[in-house]
Design a binder for this molecule. Structure first.
Ligand code: SF4
Ligand code: SF4
Length: 62
């Protein structure tokens, strides 16, 4: 199971950087898109999926 960010939907608001308690996300200041820099920290709490205002984050089952 993976969490995926759709770059087409992400508006670079950076909110996920704050609400992910595991510091998975980091906003790329150049591209204004969020990157999952600490994927291995993810505990699949789905908070980011629920809270992203653009519904850009989704769960992908491998
Ligand atoms: S909360 Fe959603 S729209 Fe905002 S930066 Fe994160 S993924 Fe992008
Ligand atoms: S599922 Fe939870 S731990 Fe994983 S990236 Fe989203 S908010 Fe962070």
């Amino acid at each position: 199971m993976k969490i995926k960010v759709d770059p087409e939907k992400c508006n670079g608001c950076g909110l996920c950087e704050d609400f992910c308690l595991r510091s998975v996300y980091k906003l790329n200041e150049k591209t204004k898109k969020v990157e999952r820099i600490r994927k291995e920290n993810c505990v699949h709490c789905f908070l980011c999926v629920e809270k992203c205002p653009k519904k850009a984050i989704s769960i992908v089952v491998d």
